[in-house]
Design a protein around this ligand. Structure first.
Ligand code: GTP
Ligand code: MG
Length: 411
């Protein structure tokens, strides 16, 4: 999309045509997508984003349809992003979702969009994140993201939510083990769906028993019961959702992560070299950061491939954000890169940095650079940083705090 002037204002005043066009631009990552992201970034954070995940056929869409009705009854506007994994099991999900949610499609305060996952789920998580940002900026009070499954890829997708609901239908048998293994840490609440079925009580008991074993002092997620087909339990679920006051907290599960996200947003926005290289923030939390770059003509070497220095810059930016994310200036004192594959113009590369170890003065970070499409490994950077103990410029106490409205999104 070559965005017509004023599209953002129209989108913010509820124009669905502008919304649809902007979504298509982001989904296709076509020319202008970066500009759309940048304009949207300044305004995100007002919506309550709810991730709904669980096994295939677990009752997610029926629950979401019920939630739409219950939230509308409370005067809320609701948008839904239904992610269809295009798997043989759930092949008809898109159509099914449309039909089940059909009643609400004619309500101008409800917006439903299905997205197919083509290939790499990391890419899907990002474009879903982009679309959620748009729906947020378009003024929807609640944005619901439905994803199937309970594995690592869904964990990644639900990171874009403020609140994560894990749907557990009765009678999962051994599958409940799989749910426990993958999803325990991210669930803000468990919903025993289809609670009219005989095994519902047992499922609830198993979940409660499992939660009791959990260590740490994080709040224990509640286990709620719903019969979405009759509406039973939906009011209680809405009450719980509304009490959470989680609006605008997505991508950051803890207060430390929220502070870190704000800091890395500011840091990248204030980084002249990063802007010059066209680097974009994907994700951040305390001690980790992910940055992406589209290989452009300015990044190519004399052989027409992406310059090794550009790959180092991308990895180093991720490392720099990760190690400064705690709020104290950290400086690279030793860095080693190994490159396993090249990259060509037009490809998106993503660098993900995480902390390996940390002492009082030194910390070690590792960065993996991968192709966004296909996820192939391109390079690794290991770096040792010196921790100065001085506050990061533009950090929480920095003067740039008020500029945070103009910063790029964290997806
Ligand atoms: N008995 C009973 N059946 C339900 C309830 N909610 C959903 N179902 C049924 O469960 C089946 C699957 O429901 P969906 O809402 O499509 O489940 P889903 O998790 O969205 O499925 P996929 O998106 O295909 O993974 C349908 O036949 C629903 O009618 C419920 O509360 N009670
Ligand atoms: Mg569904």
């Amino acid at each position: 999309m070559n965005a017509p002037a004023g599209w953002l204002e129209r989108l913010r005043t509820g124009d669905r045509r502008s919304l649809g066009r902007a979504i298509t631009t982001l989904e296709n990552d076509s020319d202008g997508a970066a500009a759309v992201r940048a304009e949207v970034a300044a305004h995100v954070g007002a919506a309550h984003v709810i991730g709904v995940t669980g096994p295939p056929g677990g009752g997610k869409s029926t629950l979401v349809a019920g939630l739409i009705g219950a939230l509308r009854a409370r005067g809320r506007t609701v948008a839904v992003v239904a992610i269809d994994p295009s798997s043989p099991i759930t092949g008809g999900a898109v159509l099914g979702d449309r039909v089940r949610m059909g009643l609400q499609q004619s309500d101008p305060n409800v917006f439903i969009r299905s997205m197919a996952s083509r290939g790499h789920l990391g890419g899907l998580a990002r474009s879903a994140g982009d679309v959620v940002d748009l729906l947020d900026v378009a003024g929807f009070h609640t944005v619901i993201v439905e994803t199937v499954g309970a594995g690592q890829s869904e964990v990644e997708i639900t990171r874009i939510a403020d609140t994560r609901l894990v749907v557990c239908p009765p009678g999962l048998g051994d599958d409940i083990q799989a749910i426990k293994a993958g999803i325990l840490e991210i669930a803000d609440a468990f919903v025993v769906s289809k609670a009219d079925l005989p095994d519902a009580q047992r499922t609830e008991r198993e979940l409660l028993a499992m939660l009791k074993l959990r260590r740490g002092d994080a709040p224990r997620p509640p286990v709620l019961r719903t019969v979405a087909t009759t509406g039973s339990g939906l009011d209680e679920l809405c009450d719980w959702l509304e009490q959470r006051q989680a609006r605008g907290t997505r991508t950051a599960a803890t207060a430390a992560d929220r502070a870190a996200v704000q800091l890395v947003r500011r840091a990248l926005a204030g980084d002249a070299y990063g802007r010059h290289m066209g680097l974009e923030l994907v994700d951040g939390s305390a001690g980790s950061a992910a940055v992406r770059m589209r290989v452009g003509p300015q990044h190519l070497n004399f052989n027409g491939r992406c310059h090794g220095g550009a790959i180092f810059s991308l990895a180093d930016m991720a490392l720099g954000l990760a190690c400064n994310s705690h709020g104290a200036i950290a400086a690279l004192v030793d860095g080693n890169i190994s490159i396993s594959a090249g990259a060509v113009e037009g490809e998106w590369l993503e660098a993900r940095a995480s902390e390996v170890s940390r002492s009082r003065k030194l910390a070690v970070y590792r960065v993996d650079v991968r192709r966004e499409v296909g996820g192939e490994h391109v390079a690794s950077l290991s770096g040792t940083v010196y921790l100065t103990g001085r506050p990061v410029l533009g950090g929480p106490e920095g003067s740039a705090a008020e500029a945070s409205n103009q910063l790029p999104p964290v997806r």
